[in-house]
Design a binder for this molecule. Structure first.
Ligand code: G1P
Length: 290
């Protein structure tokens, strides 16, 4: 069965970026000239996703407006002859009916946010993208994973190796090597202290799930940090069905973190034809200064 639907949990408060995120959703923070969420949406569409399911919360109207037409702006750009910009603005709006919004009315955790989309997803496999994890690569990571799903027909999460002292920031895997560079997950633990971590293989925010995961998310079991964790539902799913870890190709930036966000900006800016030369010059002067 084809993966047609993707869930974007975007209800988070973005406290790590206050005061910037006081009146603006954190997903709207720009990496160069595009909001973080747009990278994830473009990745999903380029991977064949046909329906984008946003799980939002209060204060996220800017996000909805971003993916909608803006007649006033379009009209002004047209009158000023700014055709390139006009085309950019028009092309970022997905076809009507492609985006579905639902709300997570209480901040009960990532697992709960995904569960909120259960009736929209229905009985088919689906993807989850956490926009904070921004990945730079020519072939979108979700596309890589969907190709792998076509072979494995099983749930899957993108993984990478982290320094041991950083395990408490991620869902950490206990796994054994499987085919084609994937690993078969035996267990998982959410944000363990380095001393308790079973490995340094961490999950990042790209997942494909069979709909069975909703049975376990629906149990609303609280885990790490008192939240309903996706990782715990994955551990429960393992009793029933296999889950694989997929080592993606690409560079991942943690845009949920101030330093990671700046690194993403730098990396994407250095690839941006309009600004890269100016930026390189500036970086050189700074390197010599320090
Ligand atoms: C979430 C997941 C965690 C995963 C991480 C990837 O944590 O709960 O398992 O490793 O995303 O970015 P968060 O970063 O939302 O706290």
């Amino acid at each position: 069965m084809k993966i047609k639907k993707a869930i974007f949990p975007v209800a988070g408060l973005g406290t790590r970026f206050l005061p910037a995120t006081k009146a603006m959703p954190k997903e709207m923070l720009p990496v160069v000239d595009k909001p973080i969420i747009q990278y994830a949406v473009e990745e999903a569409l380029a991977s064949g996703i046909e329906q984008l399911i946003f799980v939002t919360g209060g204060g996220k109207t800017a996000l909805e407006n971003h993916f909608d037409r803006s007649y006033e702006l379009e009209d002004t750009l047209r009158k000023r002859g700014k055709d390139d910009l006009l085309q950019t603005i028009e092309s970022l709006v997905p076809k009507s009916g492609t985006i579905v919004y639902t709300r997570q009315s209480e901040p009960l955790g990532l697992g709960h946010a995904i569960w909120c989309a259960r009736d929209i997803v229905g009985d088919e496999p689906f993807a989850v993208l956490l926009a904070d994890d921004l990945i730079q690569n020519d072939v979108p990571v979700l596309h890589q994973m969907i190709n792998e799903f076509d072979r494995l027909r099983a749930s899957m999460v993108a993984i990478f190796e982290v320094p041991k002292e950083e395990t408490s920031k991620y869902g950490i895997l206990e796994a054994e090597p499987a085919h084609n560079g994937t690993v078969r997950i035996k267990s998982m633990i959410e944000k363990p202290d380095p001393a308790e971590a079973p490995s340094n293989l961490a999950a990042i925010g790209r997942y494909i799930f069979t709909p069975k995961i909703f049975d376990y998310l629906g149990m609303h079991k609280k885990g790490a940090g008192g939240e309903i964790q996706l990782t715990d539902a994955m551990v429960a799913l393992l009793e029933d069905q296999p889950i694989f870890g997929y080592r993606f190709k690409g560079t991942r930036f943690d845009c949920g973190d101030k330093a990671g966000f700046q690194m993403a900006n730098l990396a994407f800016a250095l690839e941006h034809p309009e600004i890269r030369d100016t930026l390189k010059e500036y970086i050189n002067t700074q390197v010599h200064k320090n």
